[in-house]
Write a protein that binds this ligand. Structure first.
Ligand code: NAP
Length: 291
Protein backbone atom coordinates (compact mmCIF):
# COMPACT_ATOMS: atom_id res chain seq x y z
CA UNK A 1 0.00 0.00 0.00
CA UNK A 2 1.16 3.53 -0.78
CA UNK A 3 1.83 5.52 2.43
CA UNK A 4 0.18 8.95 2.32
CA UNK A 5 0.63 12.10 4.38
CA UNK A 6 -2.84 12.60 5.81
CA UNK A 7 -4.24 15.39 7.96
CA UNK A 8 -7.20 14.59 10.20
CA UNK A 9 -9.32 17.30 11.84
CA UNK A 10 -12.05 16.54 14.39
CA UNK A 11 -11.25 13.83 16.91
CA UNK A 12 -14.63 13.19 18.50
CA UNK A 13 -16.64 9.97 18.72
CA UNK A 14 -16.15 9.26 15.00
CA UNK A 15 -12.92 11.03 14.04
CA UNK A 16 -10.75 9.53 16.73
CA UNK A 17 -11.56 6.00 15.57
CA UNK A 18 -11.15 6.82 11.87
CA UNK A 19 -7.76 8.48 12.45
CA UNK A 20 -6.69 5.46 14.50
CA UNK A 21 -7.47 3.15 11.55
CA UNK A 22 -5.42 5.37 9.21
CA UNK A 23 -2.47 5.13 11.62
CA UNK A 24 -2.90 1.36 11.92
CA UNK A 25 -2.86 1.15 8.11
CA UNK A 26 0.63 2.72 8.17
CA UNK A 27 -0.15 6.25 6.97
CA UNK A 28 1.59 9.36 8.33
CA UNK A 29 -1.25 11.09 10.18
CA UNK A 30 -1.21 14.72 11.39
CA UNK A 31 -4.06 15.64 13.73
CA UNK A 32 -5.86 18.73 15.00
CA UNK A 33 -8.93 19.13 17.21
CA UNK A 34 -10.53 22.10 18.98
CA UNK A 35 -9.90 20.45 22.36
CA UNK A 36 -6.27 19.33 22.20
CA UNK A 37 -6.59 16.74 24.94
CA UNK A 38 -8.75 14.54 22.70
CA UNK A 39 -5.66 13.94 20.55
CA UNK A 40 -3.54 12.55 23.41
CA UNK A 41 -4.27 8.87 22.77
CA UNK A 42 -3.67 9.21 19.03
CA UNK A 43 -0.41 11.10 19.57
CA UNK A 44 0.73 8.30 21.89
CA UNK A 45 -0.18 5.93 19.05
CA UNK A 46 2.00 7.81 16.54
CA UNK A 47 -0.06 10.74 15.24
CA UNK A 48 1.63 14.16 14.92
CA UNK A 49 -0.19 17.07 16.59
CA UNK A 50 -0.47 20.38 14.68
CA UNK A 51 -1.75 23.61 16.22
CA UNK A 52 -4.08 24.80 13.43
CA UNK A 53 -5.85 23.51 10.31
CA UNK A 54 -3.36 25.63 8.30
CA UNK A 55 -0.43 23.72 9.79
CA UNK A 56 -2.17 20.48 8.90
CA UNK A 57 -2.60 21.63 5.28
CA UNK A 58 1.02 22.75 5.11
CA UNK A 59 2.31 19.23 5.92
CA UNK A 60 -0.06 16.83 4.16
CA UNK A 61 -1.41 15.75 0.75
CA UNK A 62 -4.86 14.65 1.91
CA UNK A 63 -6.91 16.29 4.66
CA UNK A 64 -9.97 14.61 6.18
CA UNK A 65 -12.35 16.60 8.38
CA UNK A 66 -15.18 15.39 10.61
CA UNK A 67 -16.33 18.16 12.94
CA UNK A 68 -19.79 18.82 14.38
CA UNK A 69 -21.87 21.39 12.47
CA UNK A 70 -21.71 23.25 9.13
CA UNK A 71 -20.39 26.35 10.96
CA UNK A 72 -17.49 24.23 12.29
CA UNK A 73 -16.74 23.10 8.74
CA UNK A 74 -16.79 26.74 7.55
CA UNK A 75 -14.28 27.64 10.25
CA UNK A 76 -11.92 24.75 9.51
CA UNK A 77 -11.86 25.50 5.75
CA UNK A 78 -12.29 29.26 5.43
CA UNK A 79 -11.00 30.98 8.62
CA UNK A 80 -7.71 32.87 8.82
CA UNK A 81 -5.88 29.75 10.07
CA UNK A 82 -8.13 27.48 8.01
CA UNK A 83 -7.17 24.82 5.46
CA UNK A 84 -7.62 27.07 2.43
CA UNK A 85 -5.28 29.73 3.86
CA UNK A 86 -2.25 27.66 2.84
CA UNK A 87 -3.75 25.09 0.46
CA UNK A 88 -1.51 23.92 -2.39
CA UNK A 89 -2.45 22.86 -5.90
CA UNK A 90 -3.04 19.11 -6.11
CA UNK A 91 -4.08 18.65 -2.48
CA UNK A 92 -7.27 16.73 -1.70
CA UNK A 93 -9.61 17.87 1.09
CA UNK A 94 -12.41 15.50 2.13
CA UNK A 95 -15.22 16.57 4.46
CA UNK A 96 -16.78 13.63 6.29
CA UNK A 97 -18.98 15.81 8.52
CA UNK A 98 -22.73 15.56 7.96
CA UNK A 99 -23.24 19.08 6.63
CA UNK A 100 -25.23 21.00 4.02
CA UNK A 101 -25.02 20.23 0.29
CA UNK A 102 -24.63 23.97 -0.34
CA UNK A 103 -21.52 24.19 1.84
CA UNK A 104 -20.08 21.14 0.07
CA UNK A 105 -20.57 23.00 -3.23
CA UNK A 106 -19.04 26.21 -1.84
CA UNK A 107 -15.93 24.27 -0.72
CA UNK A 108 -15.75 22.52 -4.09
CA UNK A 109 -16.08 25.76 -6.06
CA UNK A 110 -13.44 27.53 -3.99
CA UNK A 111 -11.12 24.52 -4.29
CA UNK A 112 -11.50 24.64 -8.09
CA UNK A 113 -10.26 28.24 -8.17
CA UNK A 114 -6.95 27.29 -6.50
CA UNK A 115 -6.46 23.76 -7.86
CA UNK A 116 -7.48 21.92 -4.68
CA UNK A 117 -9.69 18.89 -5.15
CA UNK A 118 -12.50 18.38 -2.64
CA UNK A 119 -15.03 15.69 -1.81
CA UNK A 120 -18.08 15.64 0.45
CA UNK A 121 -18.05 12.18 2.00
CA UNK A 122 -20.43 11.83 4.95
CA UNK A 123 -20.56 8.47 6.66
CA UNK A 124 -23.17 6.19 8.18
CA UNK A 125 -22.79 3.29 10.61
CA UNK A 126 -22.48 4.99 13.98
CA UNK A 127 -19.80 4.75 16.63
CA UNK A 128 -19.71 0.96 16.17
CA UNK A 129 -19.12 1.32 12.42
CA UNK A 130 -16.26 3.75 13.12
CA UNK A 131 -14.69 1.47 15.75
CA UNK A 132 -14.93 -1.57 13.49
CA UNK A 133 -13.90 0.24 10.27
CA UNK A 134 -17.09 -0.70 8.46
CA UNK A 135 -18.67 2.68 7.79
CA UNK A 136 -20.75 3.35 4.72
CA UNK A 137 -19.29 6.36 2.92
CA UNK A 138 -21.25 8.32 0.31
CA UNK A 139 -19.18 10.60 -1.85
CA UNK A 140 -19.82 13.71 -3.94
CA UNK A 141 -17.33 15.63 -6.11
CA UNK A 142 -15.32 14.84 -9.22
CA UNK A 143 -15.09 11.13 -10.03
CA UNK A 144 -11.35 11.40 -10.72
CA UNK A 145 -10.84 12.79 -7.20
CA UNK A 146 -12.98 9.99 -5.83
CA UNK A 147 -10.79 7.40 -7.57
CA UNK A 148 -7.69 9.01 -6.10
CA UNK A 149 -9.11 9.08 -2.57
CA UNK A 150 -11.15 5.88 -2.38
CA UNK A 151 -8.24 3.77 -1.10
CA UNK A 152 -7.91 6.10 1.91
CA UNK A 153 -11.66 6.14 2.56
CA UNK A 154 -11.72 2.33 2.37
CA UNK A 155 -9.42 2.11 5.39
CA UNK A 156 -12.36 2.87 7.70
CA UNK A 157 -15.28 1.96 5.42
CA UNK A 158 -17.05 -1.29 4.60
CA UNK A 159 -18.54 0.39 1.54
CA UNK A 160 -17.57 3.54 -0.36
CA UNK A 161 -19.78 4.73 -3.21
CA UNK A 162 -19.44 7.64 -5.65
CA UNK A 163 -22.82 9.42 -5.82
CA UNK A 164 -22.21 12.27 -8.29
CA UNK A 165 -21.25 15.96 -8.36
CA UNK A 166 -20.31 18.00 -5.28
CA UNK A 167 -23.12 17.94 -2.70
CA UNK A 168 -24.38 14.48 -3.78
CA UNK A 169 -22.69 12.81 -0.81
CA UNK A 170 -24.55 15.15 1.55
CA UNK A 171 -27.87 14.66 -0.28
CA UNK A 172 -27.43 10.88 0.00
CA UNK A 173 -26.69 11.24 3.72
CA UNK A 174 -29.93 13.26 4.07
CA UNK A 175 -31.82 10.40 2.40
CA UNK A 176 -30.18 8.10 4.97
CA UNK A 177 -31.26 10.33 7.87
CA UNK A 178 -34.82 10.56 6.54
CA UNK A 179 -34.98 6.75 6.73
CA UNK A 180 -33.51 6.70 10.25
CA UNK A 181 -35.87 9.47 11.48
CA UNK A 182 -39.02 7.42 11.19
CA UNK A 183 -37.17 4.19 12.06
CA UNK A 184 -36.09 5.65 15.42
CA UNK A 185 -39.67 6.70 16.19
CA UNK A 186 -40.93 3.23 15.18
CA UNK A 187 -38.23 1.45 17.18
CA UNK A 188 -38.89 3.41 20.35
CA UNK A 189 -42.68 3.03 20.02
CA UNK A 190 -42.16 -0.73 19.54
CA UNK A 191 -40.27 -0.96 22.83
CA UNK A 192 -42.78 1.28 24.64
CA UNK A 193 -45.62 -0.94 23.43
CA UNK A 194 -43.77 -4.12 24.42
CA UNK A 195 -43.08 -2.68 27.87
CA UNK A 196 -46.70 -1.60 28.37
CA UNK A 197 -47.95 -5.07 27.39
CA UNK A 198 -45.57 -6.72 29.83
CA UNK A 199 -43.46 -8.46 27.19
CA UNK A 200 -39.82 -9.42 27.74
CA UNK A 201 -38.13 -6.58 25.81
CA UNK A 202 -34.90 -8.49 25.35
CA UNK A 203 -36.81 -11.28 23.65
CA UNK A 204 -38.79 -8.75 21.59
CA UNK A 205 -35.54 -7.22 20.29
CA UNK A 206 -34.19 -10.65 19.46
CA UNK A 207 -37.26 -11.97 17.64
CA UNK A 208 -38.08 -8.74 15.77
CA UNK A 209 -34.43 -8.43 14.81
CA UNK A 210 -34.78 -11.76 13.00
CA UNK A 211 -37.84 -10.79 10.95
CA UNK A 212 -39.10 -8.13 8.59
CA UNK A 213 -38.82 -5.43 11.29
CA UNK A 214 -35.05 -5.88 11.63
CA UNK A 215 -33.05 -2.66 11.34
CA UNK A 216 -29.78 -1.02 12.42
CA UNK A 217 -31.39 1.22 15.07
CA UNK A 218 -33.06 -1.74 16.79
CA UNK A 219 -29.88 -3.84 16.69
CA UNK A 220 -27.51 -1.14 17.95
CA UNK A 221 -29.66 1.05 20.16
CA UNK A 222 -32.30 -1.45 21.38
CA UNK A 223 -29.87 -3.24 23.75
CA UNK A 224 -28.53 0.13 25.02
CA UNK A 225 -32.10 1.22 25.82
CA UNK A 226 -32.65 -1.95 27.88
CA UNK A 227 -29.74 -1.04 30.16
CA UNK A 228 -30.77 2.65 30.14
CA UNK A 229 -27.46 3.48 28.46
CA UNK A 230 -28.15 6.83 26.82
CA UNK A 231 -24.52 7.74 26.13
CA UNK A 232 -23.61 8.75 22.54
CA UNK A 233 -23.25 6.90 20.02
CA UNK A 234 -24.76 9.47 17.86
CA UNK A 235 -25.60 12.74 19.64
CA UNK A 236 -29.31 13.68 19.64
CA UNK A 237 -28.22 17.32 18.96
CA UNK A 238 -26.40 16.19 15.78
CA UNK A 239 -29.42 14.20 14.61
CA UNK A 240 -31.60 17.30 15.03
CA UNK A 241 -29.03 19.25 12.95
CA UNK A 242 -29.29 16.61 10.20
CA UNK A 243 -33.09 16.50 10.21
CA UNK A 244 -33.29 20.28 9.91
CA UNK A 245 -30.93 20.20 6.91
CA UNK A 246 -33.04 17.44 5.31
CA UNK A 247 -36.27 19.40 5.84
CA UNK A 248 -34.70 22.62 4.49
CA UNK A 249 -33.48 20.81 1.36
CA UNK A 250 -36.90 19.18 0.86
CA UNK A 251 -38.70 22.50 1.39
CA UNK A 252 -36.50 24.17 -1.23
CA UNK A 253 -37.96 21.67 -3.74
CA UNK A 254 -41.54 21.94 -2.39
CA UNK A 255 -41.34 18.42 -0.96
CA UNK A 256 -43.24 17.68 2.27
CA UNK A 257 -41.94 14.92 4.54
CA UNK A 258 -44.46 14.47 7.38
CA UNK A 259 -42.67 11.50 9.02
CA UNK A 260 -39.38 13.39 9.11
CA UNK A 261 -41.18 16.47 10.43
CA UNK A 262 -42.64 14.44 13.30
CA UNK A 263 -39.23 13.00 14.21
CA UNK A 264 -37.72 16.51 14.01
CA UNK A 265 -40.37 17.87 16.38
CA UNK A 266 -39.59 15.05 18.85
CA UNK A 267 -35.83 15.63 18.65
CA UNK A 268 -36.33 19.39 19.04
CA UNK A 269 -38.17 18.67 22.29
CA UNK A 270 -35.44 16.20 23.31
CA UNK A 271 -32.81 18.91 22.83
CA UNK A 272 -34.98 21.58 24.51
CA UNK A 273 -35.27 19.28 27.52
CA UNK A 274 -31.48 19.26 27.84
CA UNK A 275 -30.98 15.77 26.40
CA UNK A 276 -29.02 16.83 23.29
CA UNK A 277 -25.71 15.44 24.54
CA UNK A 278 -27.22 11.98 24.98
CA UNK A 279 -27.35 9.48 22.12
CA UNK A 280 -30.37 9.39 19.79
CA UNK A 281 -31.78 6.41 21.76
CA UNK A 282 -32.69 8.95 24.48
CA UNK A 283 -35.95 9.35 22.54
CA UNK A 284 -37.08 6.31 24.58
CA UNK A 285 -36.49 8.16 27.86
CA UNK A 286 -38.18 11.28 26.47
CA UNK A 287 -41.29 9.45 25.24
CA UNK A 288 -41.52 7.34 28.43
CA UNK A 289 -41.43 10.51 30.52
CA UNK A 290 -44.10 12.17 28.36
CA UNK A 291 -46.49 9.20 28.59
P1 NAP B 1 -18.20 14.83 18.22
O1 NAP B 1 -17.84 13.72 19.15
O2 NAP B 1 -18.82 16.07 18.77
O3 NAP B 1 -16.90 15.20 17.37
C1 NAP B 1 -16.72 16.38 16.67
C2 NAP B 1 -15.30 16.84 16.94
O4 NAP B 1 -15.00 17.96 16.09
C3 NAP B 1 -15.10 17.30 18.39
O5 NAP B 1 -13.96 16.65 18.93
C4 NAP B 1 -14.89 18.80 18.24
O6 NAP B 1 -14.00 19.38 19.16
C5 NAP B 1 -14.29 18.90 16.85
N1 NAP B 1 -14.49 20.24 16.31
C6 NAP B 1 -15.64 20.94 16.18
N2 NAP B 1 -15.40 22.14 15.63
C7 NAP B 1 -14.07 22.19 15.40
C8 NAP B 1 -13.22 23.17 14.86
N3 NAP B 1 -13.70 24.34 14.43
N4 NAP B 1 -11.89 22.90 14.79
C9 NAP B 1 -11.42 21.72 15.23
N5 NAP B 1 -12.17 20.75 15.75
C10 NAP B 1 -13.49 20.99 15.83
O7 NAP B 1 -19.20 14.30 17.10
P2 NAP B 1 -19.17 12.90 16.29
O8 NAP B 1 -20.19 12.00 16.87
O9 NAP B 1 -17.80 12.44 16.10
O10 NAP B 1 -19.80 13.40 14.91
C11 NAP B 1 -19.06 14.20 14.00
C12 NAP B 1 -19.87 14.43 12.73
O11 NAP B 1 -20.18 13.17 12.13
C13 NAP B 1 -21.20 15.15 12.96
O12 NAP B 1 -21.49 15.98 11.87
C14 NAP B 1 -22.19 13.98 13.02
O13 NAP B 1 -23.49 14.38 12.65
C15 NAP B 1 -21.58 13.02 12.02
N6 NAP B 1 -21.88 11.59 12.23
C16 NAP B 1 -21.87 11.04 13.49
C17 NAP B 1 -22.15 9.70 13.66
C18 NAP B 1 -22.17 9.03 15.03
O14 NAP B 1 -22.76 7.94 15.16
N7 NAP B 1 -21.55 9.59 16.05
C19 NAP B 1 -22.43 8.89 12.55
C20 NAP B 1 -22.38 9.47 11.29
C21 NAP B 1 -22.11 10.81 11.15
P3 NAP B 1 -14.25 19.40 20.75
O15 NAP B 1 -13.54 18.17 21.20
O16 NAP B 1 -13.66 20.66 21.21
O17 NAP B 1 -15.76 19.34 20.94
Amino acid sequence: MRVSKIGFIGLGVMGKEMARHLLSAGHEVHVYNRTKQKADELVAYGAKWQDTPAEIAARTDYVLTIVGYPQDVEEVYFSEQGLFSVAKKGQVFIDLTTSTPSLAKKIFDFGQTIGVETLDAPVSGGDIGAKEARLTTMVGGNETTFEKASQILSVFSGKVTYMGEAGSGQHTKMANQIMIASTMVGMVETLLYAETMGLDKEKVIEILGSGAAANFSLASYGPRILTEDYSPGFFAKHFLKDLKIALDEAKAKNLTLPGTQLATDFYQQVVDKGYGDYGTQVLMKFLSESN
